[in-house]
Design a protein around this ligand. Sequence first.
Ligand SMILES: *Cc1c(COP(=O)(O)O)cnc(C)c1O
Length: 434
Amino acid sequence: MDHEISRLIASEAKRQQDVLEMIPSENYASLAVREALGSVLTNKYSEGYPHKRYYQGNRFVDEIEDIAINRAKKLFMVPHVNVQPYSGSPANAAVFFALLQPKDAIMGLKLSAGGHLTHGHPDITFSGKYFASSQYDVEEDGMINLEKVAVMARTVKPRMIVVGTTAYPRVYDWRAWRQIADDVGAYLLADISHIAGLVVGGVHPSPVPFADVVMTTTHKSLRGPRGAMLMVTDTGLTKDPGMAEKIDKAVFPGLQGGPHDNVTAAIAVALEEASQPSFTTYAHQVVKNASVLAETLLNKGIALTTGGTDNHLMVIDLRPQKVIGNIVAEALEVAGIVVNKNSVPHDSNPPFYPSGVRLGTPAITTRGMKEEEMKKIGSWIATVISEVSHYRLPDTKEGRLGFLSGVKKELQVNNTLLNIKDEVGVLCKNFLVP
Ligand SMILES: *Cc1c(COP(=O)(O)O)cnc(C)c1O
């Protein structure tokens, strides 16, 4: 037993129980998932795929990976699944390397509008460095304008269009995206990392069969271990019967070595959990909770990008208050509510000092919280925002030096925030984490 680390893990476990985790990409995996993750499977090497390994001793690992694959196929209704990607970013990389040549044109949503780094962010990512990336944006109101995307596609003629975001609170019209891709002969990659649990639970349309390839992380609304899956649809296989093999080869040996068999087992467990009726109930409640939370905030005069939400997340636009997301996120944490700062559409502030915060309901819904709790939480958040909305980011570089740490010190002794923290603590005691 490593006392130094186990003490810190125990502290983290207590923190996760004592606060409202509202970062929309986070969730609480079940004990069964965590047991698989912490199992002896971590000892094994299994390069290759089930029944075609480069190592001996994979009898049971083969069965486990087969089960994970079959559960995913059934749940998402796809003919081919790869459960080996280490996480979402390498999974997206595998799709790019499987289906494209270096310098091929791609299109994805801008990071500042809620896209992911791996969707073609220029200069600093594989997707922007090795491919000719053109990025679409959202409108002033935060919505994606499909007509504009279609015009851009006709100009750019991308080989692949990536759809999926980290901060978009609305539903994707997959059929329309397919149309845009078909018009220019592009592959359509649906990245449903954030919404996979909603898709499984029937509260967001599935990209199957419209997309050629579907990528999802397994640790967000799907509530599994950290990992990812790549799914090839019938649409993809019809276009290119070799697509499944190309994807598999890009994952291993293209980008990765041995799969993390403990993660594969934990994915299998999470997929079984997600196939239960209770998960459908969960997914519905996630969306219901987000909608009540959004309504509560709007009623308190808080602005949300796109004016609300259809899914599990929302982005508060702090431009009316003129306070930066950093300070609101810091203040909320003092009050026991954990969110992240986030850019808003067409943010005039730099990404390190964005004008918004992003929050969502997957984790607190796992704890069993419902509409009543969302109303409380919404009014606490509104109070916190008004408590800190007088802070202004200094204009000069010199002025900014030490500004945030100074504000942080003040927030830590702010009574309004500390009183909310006490109330949050009481609420959290009534909703245990798994
Ligand atoms: C989280 C996420 C990823 C990346 O996943 P990691 O596991 O953090 O690498 C990719 N795309 C989208 C849309 C995501 O939300």
